[in-house]
Write a protein that binds this ligand. Structure first.
Ligand code: AMP
Ligand code: MG
Length: 502
């Protein structure tokens, strides 16, 4: 085991309200740890709005002492930072010990809405879980997580959020030398399916972990009995299935490809986590894969619901002994819940598509939706742009749609769709306005994000800041932001690949 770095120093900076319920109650899943020393910390980006919601003192965090805390090199007074242990299925293969190899849980804060959130650092140096890794992270991938997670939040999709990125001044080897960075991340928790996979093999900590997760995320279930008809563990599993079915439906509606849906990257809270090799679709394409290491396409866009269900089955396996001492009965109980995944996913996705098409009022004609997907796949039409163009069509402006799909191709479908919209009896303009509330104009376009991250790595932050502003206002169309609506040029998309942020 690696010794706790003695380089880490205390600081006068306190984070008022910081608590450590996870470290205190589930010590068996943690190792007390400190971040590595940081010679030359520089705050690259800071989220004032998020800081305010956590009742953090932004001015104090922007100061020298505060930036030292955000870089992991100094521990706030009274904090008990830990590296968290977890296991995980990576690309289908089980790895019994992963854990925070380059991350630390600083503690928890209670938000102004009463919700407990984790404050977590990523890239803060080696830990006992680092295996062969150096424990560090670099500027490009940390800014990528910052921007995409904040974009997801603005899109209304459950996600961890980003408080800051600090450049460390350290050169980190990733092929060539890259500037090091630490991300401060905020999430409802960092409990993963992989946390349960680790705990079940440790034995005694499993029930306390499950009860902690229930109390934190699904507190309405905590008073139920452990076993029997209304077992809190079966109900907990059902709650996670529901949260994750809803989440993956939102990914699919937005064209988001997570890229590395290992069980250690699947949360219990139902939040999106870990934005390593993620990307957004331009054209709708179920086979789309961007990650350089996903050779078999396991985590292709269209596979995401099925993979999620597979991950949930891994969670179910960890709960069996808590649910019933007769294995067959426990298996029957969780299987009945897992079997509901497809219907839950379908209900979320269909309702979402109906809203995107302005026909949310009644039952949706599934062939109308399927035929649109076929048309869009055939023509390679831009997914995000097409739904805004349909709303413009209702307002009597055919120009945007003409730019995306030839009219002779989409004409018959348009007529059917208009018929359904008209039969709802609402004014077309009203329907168009409702569509614009759920269909973003701006998503982080892969080519623009790539260019902004390259510039930031070279020290030029302006393109990143501009893109961040645009994608955190995804529904507000502005004339001066018209450059941010275009899909990537073909030369870019043909070779574009994403990488795990290691
Ligand atoms: P990720 O792909 O970021 O979800 O990480 C998967 C696992 O690899 C986790 O256990 C990480 O802590 C670990 N890991 C990723 N990058 C590094 C690194 N540079 N040094 C040490 N551990 C790492
Ligand atoms: Mg991860």
């Amino acid at each position: 085991m690696v010794a706790i770095p003695d380089s880490a120093v205390g600081t006068n900076t306190t984070l008022p309200g910081l608590e450590s319920t996870f470290a205190d109650e589930l010590g068996a899943l943690t190792v007390p740890w400190r971040g590595a020393d940081v010679a030359d910390p520089r705050l690259l980006v800071f989220n004032d709005q998020l800081a305010a919601s956590m009742r953090l003192d932004a001015a104090a965090l922007r100061s020298g002492d505060g930036v030292a805390v955000l870089s992991g090199s100094a521990t706030p007074a009274g904090a008990k930072p830990v590296a968290m242990a977890y296991a995980g299925h990576q690309f289908g293969g089980y790895v019994p010990l992963l854990g925070d190899g380059r991350a630390l849980l600083l503690g928890e804060l209670v938000n102004d809405d009463g919700r407990r959130v984790d404050l977590h650092l990523k890239g803060s140096g080696r830990t006992p879980f680092s295996r062969g890794g150096d424990g560090f992270a670099v500027v490009g991938p940390m800014l990528r997580e910052y921007l995409v997670s904040e974009a997801m939040h603005a899109l209304g999709i459950p996600t961890t959020r980003a408080l800051s990125v600090v450049a460390t001044g350290r050169q980190v080897l990733r092929g060539g030398a890259e500037p090091g960075a630490v991300l401060a991340r905020v999430g409802s928790s960092h409990l993963r399916v992989g946390t349960f996979e680790y705990a079940v093999r440790q034995g005694a900590v499993l029930a306390p972990l499950a009860d902690y997760a229930i109390a934190r995320h699904y507190p309405e279930l905590i008073d139920r009995p452990a076993t029997g008809e209304s077992s809190r563990y079966v109900a907990f599993f059902e709650a996670v299935v529901e949260a994750q079915a809803s989440l993956v439906a939102q990914w699919m509606l937005t064209g988001f490809v997570h890229g590395v849906m290992n069980t250690d990257n699947t949360t219990i809270s139902g939040e999106t986590i870990d934005y390593g090799p993620c990307a957004f679709l331009d054209a709708f394409d179920p086979a789309a894969v961007f990650s350089s290491i996903d050779h078999g396409g396991r985590y292709a866009f269209g596979n995401q619901p099925a993979v999620l269900k597979w991950n949930l089955a891994r969670l179910a396996e960890t709960l069996l002994t808590l649910i019933d001492s007769t294995p067959d009965d426990a298996i029957a109980a969780v299987s009945a819940v897992l079997d509901t995944f497809d219907a839950r996913y379908d209900a979320h996705w269909t309702a979402g598509m109906a809203a995107k098409l302005g026909v949310a009022g009644g039952p949706v004609d599934r062939t109308l939706v399927d035929d649109l997907l076929t048309l869009m796949t055939e023509r390679g039409a831009d997914w995000t742009g097409s739904f805004r163009a349909l709303a413009d069509e209702l307002r009597g402006n055919p120009v945007p749609l003409d730019g995306l799909v030839p009219r002779e191709h989409i004409g018959p479908w348009l007529q059917r769709w208009r018929g359904v919209v008209e039969r709802q009896g609402r004014a077309a303009v009203q329907v168009a306005d409702a569509m614009d509330c759920v269909n973003p104009v701006y998503i982080p376009r892969n080519h623009q994000l790539d260019a902004a991250l390259r510039a930031a790595t070279d020290g030029e932050l302006a393109p990143f800041e501009k893109l961040l502003e645009v994608v955190t206002h995804p529904f507000d169309r502005r004339d001066e932001w018209s450059d941010y609506t275009t899909p990537a040029p073909r030369v870019f998309s043909e070779t574009f690949q994403t990488f795990c942020g290691t």
